[in-house]
Design a protein around this ligand. Structure first.
Ligand SMILES: Cc1cc2nc3c(=O)[nH]c(=O)nc-3n(C[C@H](O)[C@H](O)[C@H](O)COP(=O)(O)O)c2cc1C
Length: 268
């Protein structure tokens, strides 16, 4: 059975998760959601099985994923699934995804899963130690193998429910969704910047240009934080809540700069 997985990632967790599911299922094509951004109109996957894999932002979906899911026409698909990766809580993102998919297709996802992976938003939670990250990634691998087994069997798995996540989605997600594109005003760059341009290369939505050898953000940000985490000099800071200075950086160990460029459909 052919599968298509649509994915979005900022620091590699969701890409690594999508790859693991794809490898376990076999005959699977992975399509980056970022690469579909400038191709308007319905997305009609020619595959019996379709999945969406992405991170949770503010207890909901990344803006770009919500937009893409709203264009997904599943008329040629017999089984669909969603997987969200998260650092703490956010099953409500799956309810949001179900709502979007069912408004378009008259049916919800057949299966919906959360996978806990290392958190990547230092202004709210300090980045875990390397040992803790490894522990979380090992548990995620086991969970992904279990999820792939369920998908392979065509299991029907409704998302769970968390009152905390639902409350967060009701309170913090609407302003996030409205304002996210302009939230890049809170990024800054320090004198540690070496003008290497990595931030520009990894940004999935081409939101960064180099101006006078320094990154400049163009206000169509997804707040994925790829620029923050991939900067080899740790020169980029995010100045909200507790800030990002001295609070650690994170990238999934299997995801490198060329993978982030490939997400934009760039040749690498
Ligand atoms: C802007 C932003 C908001 C986030 N909000 C949540 C959240 O509400 N709940 C949660 O558990 N994790 C949250 N996270 C953590 C990510 O969902 C998590 O680390 C995810 O696995 C990152 O996936 P990626 O590496 O594919 O980008 C947030 C991360 C960012 C950047």
């Amino acid at each position: 059975m052919k599968t298509i997985i649509y994915y979005f990632t900022g620091t590699g967790n969701s890409l690594a998760a999508a790859r693991k599911i794809a490898a376990a299922l076999g005959d699977c094509e992975m399509i980056s959601i970022a690469s579909l951004q400038n191709k308007p109109g319905d997305i009609v996957p020619a595959a019996e099985r379709v999945g969406i894999v992405c991170p949770v932002y503010d207890a909901g979906l990344p803006h770009i994923v919500a937009e893409c899911a709203g264009r997904l026409d599943l008329s040629q698909t017999s089984y669909s699934f969603g997987i969200v990766t998260l650092g703490g809580t956010g099953v409500s993102a799956l309810h949001q995804l179900n709502g979007i998919v069912s408004r378009k297709n008259g049916k919800m996802l057949d299966a919906a899963f959360i996978v806990k992976m290392p958190g990547n938003f230092p202004p709210v939670g300090k980045i875990a130690s390397p040992e803790k990250q490894q522990e979380i990634l090992n548990a995620a691998d086991a969970r992904l193998a279990e999820i792939a087994g369920l998908i392979g069997k065509g299991a029907i798995v409704p998302p769970g429910f968390s009152p905390v996540s639902s409350l967060m989605r009701a309170i913090v997600y609407p302003p996030f969704f409205r304002n996210v594109h302009g939230m890049d005003k809170d990024f800054s760059v320090t004198s540690a910047c070496t003008s290497c341009g990595t931030c520009m290369k990894v940004c999935p939505v081409e939101n960064i240009v180099m101006l006078k050898d320094r990154p400049s953000w163009l206000h169509h940000c997804e707040l994925c934080c790829a620029c923050l985490h991939f900067c080899p000099a740790e020169a980029i800071q995010l100045n909200v809540f507790f800030g990002s200075k001295g609070r650690g950086r994170y990238r999934h160990p299997d995801v490198k700069v060329p993978d982030m460029k490939a997400q934009k459909g760039e040749q690498v």
